[in-house]
Each structure stands twice: as C-alpha cells, then as structure tokens.
Design a protein around this ligand. Sequence first.
Ligand SMILES: [Zn+2]
Length: 320
Amino acid sequence: MSERGRAGPWFWVRVGLVAFVLAWILGPGELRDSVPILLVFLVALGLEVHFLVSALREGPPRRPDRGPQEVDRDRYGFEREPEGLVLADGEDGGGVWHAVSSTEEGEEVEEVDEELEPEPRSSLAPLRRFAVGLGVIAALVAVIWVVQRTTGWDSLAGETRAKAVARFSAEASRIAEKSVEIRCDEARDYVGAVQHVDGVAVVGGRLAILTPEICDDLYRLAFEDEARGSRTGRALAVLAHEAWHLRGVRDEGATECYALQSGVELGQRLGLSADTARQLMRQQLTENALRGVGSLEYRIPSECRDRGRFDLDLGDTRFP
Ligand SMILES: [Zn+2]
C-alpha cells in the first residue's frame, strides 16, 4: 500500500486477487472448473513484476510535494479543490492524475501533472512492495492448498464413501489377483508396511490405505466422471502401486513400473478413454523419472520400457 495512504494500482490488483480467490473458493463449482487458479496467480505475479520493473525504471523520486503545485493552481485557476482525480496513461508509460471539476459547461478535465506512483522514500521501496505482493500471492496459494486438502473426500456422505471404497477394493483386487481391501484414511505407520506419501501397503498383504486426497481424485473419476489431469493420473498410479505391493512385489522401481502399465486399464475401467489413460500414465512415467533424481530407491529402472524386463505385455509395442 502507499506509504502516504493513497492506494496505487498494485494495491487494487491485490484486493482484486484476494476477492477473486475468495469467490473461487466459496463460489459456484463452475467458476472453479472453468478458471484454472494457477493462471490467475501467474497473471497476478506478472502484474507484480510489471509494477516492480516500472518502478525501478522510473528511478528515484523527482517531486516530493504530491498536491497540485502553487504554480499549477495559478496557471489553471484552481480556486477550489478538484472534485475528483482521474487516472490516465501518461506519455512516459506511467500514469498521470487528472483533476475533474464540473463547471456550468460540463465536466472539465485539467491535467494536474502529478506522478501516479507515490514516490518511494528509498530505492528499496519498489522491492519491498514486490516482496509484499509475493507474500500475498504465496498466502493465497497456501489457503487454496489447505482448502483443497480439507474438503473433498471428508465432505462426502458416509454411504458414498463406502460405495467408492468398495469399488477401489474391487479394482485393486483385479490387479493383486486376490481379494484385497482398500481404505481411505490419513496414512499412518503400521507395522510391516511400506509407507509412501500417498499410500501404505503390506507387501503380499490384504490391506492398503490411501490418503483422502487420492481417494477423492479416484472418486471424482469413477463416480463423477471428472478427470483432473495429472492429479487423476497420480491417483490411478497410487492405487495400482499399492495393489502391486499387495500382490507381493516389494521392489519399488518394479512396483511403480507395473503400476503405470496397470494404470492404463484401471483408468479406462474408471471412465477414461484409452488414449487419455495411456497419456496420463506416460506423464506419470516422465514425472517419476524427474522425481526419482536423488532418491535411488524410487527411481524407475531402465528396464521399465517396451520389451524391457518389466514390460508386462511383450506383444504390445505401446508403453506403458
Ligand atoms: Zn511402493
């Protein structure tokens, strides 16, 4: 905000951003579905960068007095305070305030020749302002993250969740080639299990637990016909991954490689087209390769490819 109380454009951008994000969270689902919130944040970030660059280019303060100067008053004959100030684009890319006074002839616009930007007291002011802008954006991203993590699965009716869990268990049982159970809960430690960020399973066991977020994404796909891009791909991969652990595979790389192959059919069974399911699993394969850098244990083995050691269908040249 302005150091002297007058709000600059960055202030209104921030107010607008906060208002929009609140509307996005609390408003109708159509808004959430049609406007990718990441894009909104990118635009806001772009504007903040624009303000910063403009402010830095403008340089140090040139005129400390912000009101119309005496010389202006004499020249333009302001005998009273103008009724309003209107912002117009200045020639040098900055803004210029125009004073609006109504007269008998109608509205009269006088150029006050006042700089739009409140002059920073030091050259650090634009940077400080930029940091505040980034802080606002970061805080809003955090709010959205928290909201998305606390709604969703837990907001579904118990009956609906039971139905969904039964479906997930049936699908996992197909992959595990035996009857297994899927639960949706905060994954907590339990004895003898392989623990992941998104799920837990006992190798060769009968029970796997998925996080509510993964379950929600699977539920949206299977029951609401709602695909959420790579999130949906991730959810499919996690369900298949834990199912392969239940089937008895311990090695993480092999488990993930099998999971991404099973995920293509799993995705189709839950409502995706064959092309989309395959594309999502390929995307998971790529992302996994990137994530795997630094954690050898989870790196997908090089044999995870068409005709490689972990190829489940040697007759099929598509992979996964
Ligand atoms: Zn695993």
